[in-house]
Design a binder for this molecule. Structure first.
Ligand code: CUA
Length: 398
């Protein structure tokens, strides 16, 4: 009897740990991809359905487990020789075990369907709307003009900014295969399907100081950004989409209204290379043809749309769709050999991808007098000096 009691206690503690207390056992600070610590209205709605179902599951497991244990003990082999009394058909029992699951399913169904409808509601008018396009293997983000601060469509990649004071609405699609857009702490995930637009929107929970007793189970102090101190969340692709599926991440910064406005203004302002090295880099960027695939606001030689838009690239936290930090060393390694950092990367500046013509036409050809082709493969091997200039230019974009 004692053993059973201890086992039950142990089981309960484990289940508690995995569910209700999950956010305490696995704090978001050390588990940035936690799924049990949402900080948006939609995230909390989904979490509450998840919680309801989990508690029902725990209850059912305990009842079934107890009945099973009772049967094991009460009807164990006691050495009797004749067949025990046989029972066939017990209408009360049969109706009972049919009705009980029906009732439980209804009790789960009602909050689930209600939440599905809430998630399907149109986003409020006061929102920032972003088109999300899943690429192989990175994310393009296009901010829809709002007739106010966003004057023309703003295009960026692998990193988004959203203001804490408005709802964020995402129109999610793909230009390639099926991807899936997910920022666990901001709630819900949505597939990015070619030819289809899926919607997702949420609003950051209000500042806890203004909410009586705070929001249940949330650490309120960390939920609101301050000027110059945005909240940072990580997202990633959660639908297997090929070679670099696991390297298709992105960063989300939740800004104060002031910071968001400053970021938008920065994105809309033409970028001028700041110092001599950056100016030389800009020149080289143009001559090498980087602008055939990449766009930079204000750079007439950079209007490409195949690759990520590099406006404000200098302020991005990570490169290669969230793979490595945006340091000069990593950026040089990336430009020299993207494939070495991210297998299957379609940015191909280097012949390490294969013999001339074997690729998909996206390689940068050798430009006479500008780039070295000592290995004769038809593609440039960048010198340290060239890499320094390119990095100076790219990091000046902020
Ligand atoms: Cu895109 Cu997985």
């Amino acid at each position: 009897m004692n053993v059973r009691k201890h086992l039950t206690t142990l089981a309960m503690i484990s289940l508690f740990g995995l569910t209700a207390c999950g956010s305490d056992l696995f704090p978001a600070e050390t588990n940035p991809m936690t799924t049990v610590d949402p900080i948006t209205d939609m995230g909390v709605s989904i979490q509450s359905v998840y919680g309801t179902i989990t508690w029902w599951t725990i209850g059912i497991a305990l009842v079934v487990g107890a009945m099973y244990a009772y049967v094991l003990v009460a009807f164990r082999d006691k050495g009797q020789t004749e067949q025990p009394k046989q029972i066939h058909g017990n209408p009360a029992l049969e109706i009972g075990w049919t009705l009980a699951p029906v009732v439980i399913v209804i009790l789960i169904l009602v909050p689930t369907v209600r939440t599905i409808f809430v998630l399907g509601d149109a986003a409020p008018d006061d929102k920032v709307e972003v088109k999300v396009i899943g690429k192989r293997w990175w994310w393009e983000f296009r901010y829809v003009p709002d007739g106010d601060m966003i004057k023309e469509e703003l295009v960026t990649a692998n990193q988004i900014h959203i203001p804490a004071n408005k709802s964020a609405s995402f129109l999610i699609t793909s230009d390639s295969v099926i991807h899936s857009f997910w920022v666990p702490r901001l709630g819900g995930k949505r597939d990015a399907v070619p030819g289809r637009t899926n919607r997702l929107w949420f609003t950051m929970l209000p500042d806890c100081a203004t909410v009586e007793g705070g929001v249940e189970g949330q650490d309120c102090t960390s939920m609101q950004p301050k000027d110059g101190e945005p909240l940072h969340f990580m997202g990633e692709c959660v639908e297997f989409c090929g070679e670099s599926h696991a390297q298709m991440k992105f960063d989300v910064f939740v800004d104060t209204e002031k910071d968001f406005r400053a970021w938008v203004d920065g994105m809309q302002a033409p970028k001028e290379a700041s110092d001599a090295q950056a100016k030389a880099g800009k020149e080289l960027f143009g001559e090498l043809g980087c602008g055939g695939c990449h766009a930079v606001t204000g750079n007439d030689r950079a209007r490409g749309i195949l690759g990520p838009n590099l406006t404000n690239f200098g302020e991005r936290a990570r490169i290669g769709a969230g793979i490595v930090e945006n340091t000069p060393e990593n950026l040089k390694a990336w430009i020299s050999n993207p494939d070495g950092i991210k297998p299957g990367a379609t940015m191909r500046t280097n012949i390490s991808r294969g013999p001339k013509g074997a690729n998909d036409g996206m390689n940068v050809p050798v430009v006479a007098g500008l780039s070295d082709d000592s290995d004769g493969d038809g593609y440039p091997n960048f010198s340290d000096d060239q890499l320094d200039k390119l990095v100076a230019y790219l990091h000046s974009l902020k």
